[in-house]
Write a protein that binds this ligand. Structure first.
Ligand code: UDP
Ligand code: MG
Length: 317
């Protein structure tokens, strides 16, 4: 199988017929083997029966997974990935805001040797105040914190080589951070400008609160990517800095005591120094516990601490 499209669907009945058509047109013109996996995320409208009817009409290409209740877009994407077979994975939304006709362009970029091609909705057609503006700030922040510079993390339309998706699980709202994880396993990443259309049918499921969640997730992602195999560097680093600061304050207090005869214990700096020492020491100990957790984490999943690009004269076992 060459290409798997994965599409999360939550109450999109009016968008589905046109989506089916656009996908079939685009994919059939490529001359590659493909499948499309629709993940019905607990829709309460007619989406599931439309999907089922479509799957019956085109059993060669169309697969449907349906959730018992609404688990969220990220969970739907994760399920699609688990069941997909393509060497190349393309994610997109079901609401026709992403344009399936952009898929060939993304695939061409992959052929140039990239592992991940990210769509960029340069002319984004969502609410300017609750979505576009906060999203622009969030994209700048994420690019700066993670070092993976993309204009549009939130655009679902992206194409991936399967290898770069293996080895991590998606939680919360984290599908948008796939490029950050992919970068951590050495993926070559690029972006292309894609079409974006206003939503014609149905309602958006998100508002301003989404950006807040994204920023919180960013903490986790940064921690996982940078320190998940060596947490002691973060905790130990913080701890050591605090203890050094504590020592510097103490030295200052003693010099002041000896040369200027100012009492040590009366100064608030003394308490501060003691507090820094205790916090620093605690942080070091926490780092050691985190190291134990990391070992459990990697070994319970037999998850290697590296990713291989190619193997020569070696079989996959
Ligand atoms: N979606 C989903 N589960 C949810 C929310 C959304 O599967 O809980 C799907 C939705 O049907 C659509 C895509 O995720 O295909 C993006 O949702 P939406 O268009 O509401 O997001 P926006 O474009 O406003 O960011
Ligand atoms: Mg949308």
């Amino acid at each position: 199988m060459n290409i798997s499209l994965i599409i999360p669907v939550f109450n999109e009945q009016d968008n589905l017929p046109m989506l089916f058509e656009a996908i079939a047109d685009t994919m059939d013109s490529l001359g590659k083997t493909w499948e499309v996996i629709f993940v019905d995320d607990g829709s309460r409208d007619n989406s599931l029966s439309l999907l089922a009817a479509h799957a019956e009409k085109d059993p060669e290409h169309v697969r449907v997974i349906s959730f018992r209740r609404n688990f969220g877009q990220t969970a739907a994407i994760a399920a699609g990935l688990d069941y997909s077979q393509g060497e190349i994975i393309v994610l997109l939304d079901a609401d026709l805001q992403n344009d399936p006709r952009d898929i060939p362009m993304l695939l061409e970029k992959l052929d140039e040797g990239y592992d991940l091609v990210s769509g960029w909705r340069k002319q984004r057609m969502d609410n300017a105040i609750t979505r576009n503006f906060p999203s622009m700030l969030a994209n700048k922040l994420i690019s700066w914190v993670t070092g993976v510079e993309l204009h549009d993390y939130g655009c679902t339309l992206k194409a991936y080589r399967r290898e770069v998706l293996e080895g991590f699980r998606l939680y919360g709202e984290m599908h948008r951070f796939i490029p950050v994880f992919a970068n951590s396993v050495g993926a070559r990443i690029t972006e292309v400008i894609v079409n974006h259309h206003p939503r014609r049918f149905g309602k958006t499921k998100y508002g301003l609160e989404r950006t807040a969640k994204v920023v919180l997730d960013l903490f986790t992602v940064k921690f996982l990517v940078t320190f998940s195999s060596k947490p002691i560097y973060l905790f130990g680093g913080t701890g050591a800095s605090l203890m050094i600061l504590s020592a510097v304050i103490m030295v200052y207090l003693f010099i002041r005591r000896i040369f200027f005869l100012v009492g040590v214990t009366g100064s608030p700096l003394f308490q501060t120094s003691v507090m820094f020492f205790i916090l620093g020491f605690q942080s070091m100990l926490m780092g050691l516990i985190a190291e134990l957790l990391v070992r459990t984490y990697h070994e319970s999943q037999r998850k290697p601490t590296y990713t291989v690009h190619t193997k020569i004269n070696l079989d996959d076992d």
